[in-house]
Structure formats: C-alpha cells, structure tokens
Design a protein. Structure first.
Length: 209
C-alpha cells in the first residue's frame, strides 16, 4: 500500500470536541435529570437525523409532539448547538498547521447538520486549511455508509490509498479501511503527531506546539 499524500479529517472529537452534555449540564440542575433527558428524549439516534439532513426545526417538531413537556430543552438542541462544540483540540490544530506548511492537502469528512457547519468553522483557524469538507447534512449520507466515502473520492479526485483518514469512531474507521484508506483512530491526541510522522506526512518535531 503506497504512502498517503493527503489528510482526511473528521471534525467532532478530532478537531473540536463535541458533546451534548456541554450544553445540557447548564440546563438541568440535577445530573440525573440530564442523564434521563439525553438517554430517552434527545438521544443520539434522534440526532443522527440532523446529520442526515433533517432540519433542526422539523426534527424538533416531531419530538416535541411526543414529549411536549420538554419543548424548551428540545429546541435548545438546534438553537444552542454551538454550545455543545469545543474546545478546540490543540494537538490537531498544531498538526493541521504543520501539514499546511509542508503543502500536504487536507480535507474534512463530518457527520454534521448543515445548519451547524458555518458556525463550527468559526471556532478554529485550522478549518481554513481544509480544501473541501464533505458534510453529511449536505449529502444526506452519514458515515459509515460507504457511499459518503465515495463522495470524498469524487470530490477530491484521489484514490483511497492517497488519503489518511483520522476519525474517533471505530465503525467509521473500519468502513474506511475496508475501502482502502489509510486510517488512524483518534483516541489519544498525543498519538496524532507520531502517526503523521510514521506515515511520512510530517518530520519529527513538526507537530509539536
């Protein structure tokens, strides 16, 4: 397998953190109430429909019909989405700038609502280094569906073996590996720099802040 020559970055929990709890811990006084809400009302299974392209308003309306007592909290998901995002992951930001300085092409592939992406991009200058970002809400496809990886290849004009894909999800990594991408599962930010060096994309010391 040839050496990769470009990076494909996931966004949430790779470039910036993402957790609904960042928002909802502000809205519920009791941690147990927050837990119940996120496990039984605004669940990740419900949220994935935003990533598939359903608007915040439409997805909220259907859920409010089932849980009218939680209307305010349900609407907060879309109205205050940016409060779920962050902080910027410093190791990734440093690595992205180092890659840019070396002329390595960089792209994004994110499961994200279309409505949220413009605001998320304001959180780090690293987002300006992405030549293109495939956003699931725009494509109406979500990882790990192989079809969204096909969109990446069509948009970048690259082959799977040209790309190193960095993502925090085991399922997303497995799907990309099956297609032929180089992959790195992002679990420890400190492991990112050595991985990029190991793939020949950076020289030792380049990914250090």
């Amino acid at each position: 397998m040839r050496t990769p020559r470009a990076l494909l970055w996931d966004v949430g929990n790779v470039i910036v953190g993402w957790s609904p709890r960042r928002l909802y811990e502000k809205l519920f006084e009791e941690p147990a109430a927050c837990d119940r809400f996120l496990s039984s009302v605004c669940t990740l299974d419900w949220h994935i429909e935003h990533d598939r392209g359903v608007s915040f308003a439409d997805n909220a309306a259907a859920l409010i019909a089932r849980h009218p007592q939680h209307e305010t909290h349900i609407r907060a998901w879309g109205d205050r989405f940016l409060e779920m995002v962050g902080p910027v992951i410093a190791e990734t930001e440093v690595a992205m700038h180092a890659l840019a300085a070396r002329g390595v092409p960089q792209y994004g592939l994110t499961n994200m609502p279309s409505e949220a992406w413009p605001d998320v991009q304001t959180l780090s200058t690293a987002f300006t280094l992405l030549a293109d970002t495939i956003v699931s809400g725009d494509e109406k496809l979500v990882k790990p569906d192989p079809a969204i990886y096909a969109v990446v290849l069509a948009r970048t004009g690259l082959e799977p073996a040209d790309l190193l894909f960095v993502d925090d999800s085991a399922a997303n990594i497995a799907a990309a590996r099956a297609i032929g991408f180089h992959v790195h599962r992002f679990e420890d930010p400190a492991a990112l720099g050595p991985t990029l060096i190991g793939h020949g994309l950076l020289e030792a010391g380049a990914a250090e802040g």
